[in-house]
Design a protein around this ligand. Structure first.
Ligand code: L34
Length: 291
């Protein structure tokens, strides 16, 4: 089998076009959607993702502002910044880029964000609403994966989806969305992680295999069933002297071997990452529309 490439570009462009329409409606009503991003420290990958989010806002005619703090910023300063953004009427979405530098309590920061402005969907109120199957701001990477599958006509209903990785950002919420009732869900889900015994035994059962491990080459061809749909969430920087940046991007999936076996596979870059940004834009206009 040779896999179909599930490119993020067409799927994300369709969502961004819808979002652009909503931005126009909001502007006609006197509301200009605004995303505020908090970036603590100078992690190069985080700086690049945040730049991508700013570009997406600008392209759609939305406002954005990025608040940069040094890695040495005390927790009180981060919390104070968030508190200020919470009460600003012109700010509709607030996002604190993860990971925070060591020593800063990520949970405390996330819980300080006004749930109505929590466009990452990380606040416990939004997580709880998601778990209960209610309307909520949903986390961007997991909801982006659901949208990506739908765009390519892949319906998880009745399929066995195996998620590898249990992070709060991706694996855990994605397992929930795939198993929930109705559109984009209805899958039977297995959630694997670093303590899973015989990982390959589980991944080989997957009709839809999602790799969200953060380790290049973690999923190899022998771990994949013939004809499986493979979604690669990893964005790993691998040192590469032949690249002008000194690194290249690699997913969690050993691409060439797995692509030979799978029926469909997402590329890295150009796959899930683009969906994450598109869903963030959608959440921001949703939050602005409710303001
Ligand atoms: N708070 N922290 C918070 N919210 C998020 O939604 C994120 N995430 C993850 C890391 N921390 C976060 C992101 O924004 C991962 N992530 C993210 C966003 C965009 C891209 C990848 C990850 C992306 O655009 N990837 C491009 C390549 C980017 C590059 O060249 O480095 C791609 O095509 O995959």
């Amino acid at each position: 089998m040779s896999a179909k490439l599930l490119e993020g570009k067409p799927a994300s462009e369709k969502i961004l076009a819808e979002v652009a329409g909503k931005v126009a409606e909001l502007k006609a009503g006197g509301i200009r959607p605004m995303l505020a991003v908090v970036l603590v420290g100078e992690d190069p990958a985080s700086m690049s993702y945040v730049a991508g989010k700013e570009r997406a806002c600008a392209r759609l005619g939305m406002l954005s502002e990025t608040h940069r703090l040094p890695a040495s910023a005390p927790i009180g300063e981060v919390l104070g910044l968030v508190a200020g953004l919470n009460v600003r009427r012109d700010v509709h979405g607030v996002l604190v880029q993860s990971p925070l530098p060591g020593g800063l309590d990520e949970t405390a920061v996330v819980e300080a964000i006004d749930p109505r402005k929590d466009v990452d969907g990380f606040h416990p109120l939004n997580i709880g609403r998601m778990l209960a199957g209610r309307d909520a701001l949903l986390p961007c990477t997991p909801s982006g994966i659901i949208e990506l599958l739908a765009h390519y006509g892949i319906d998880p209903a009745g399929k066995h989806a195996v998620v590898v990785g249990r992070s709060n950002i991706v694996g855990r919420p994605l397992a929930n969305l795939l198993s929930r009732k109705g559109w984009g869900g209805d899958a039977t889900v297995t959630l694997c992680h670093s303590r899973t015994a015989n990982l390959a035994h589980h991944t080989r059962q997957a009709d839809i295999l999602i790799a969200a491990v953060g380790k290049p080459g973690a999923i190899t061809a022998d771990m994949v069933k013939d004809g499986a749909v493979v979604v690669d969430v990893g964005v790993n920087r691998v040192p590469d002297a032949s690249d002008r940046r000194g690194y290249r991007l690699a997913g969690d999936v050993e691409f060439s071997g797995v692509a030979a076996k799978a029926s469909a596979i997402t590329p890295v870059p150009g796959g899930v990452g683009l969906m994450t940004v598109a869903m963030l834009m959608r959440n921001t206009v949703v939050a602005a529309g409710r303001a």
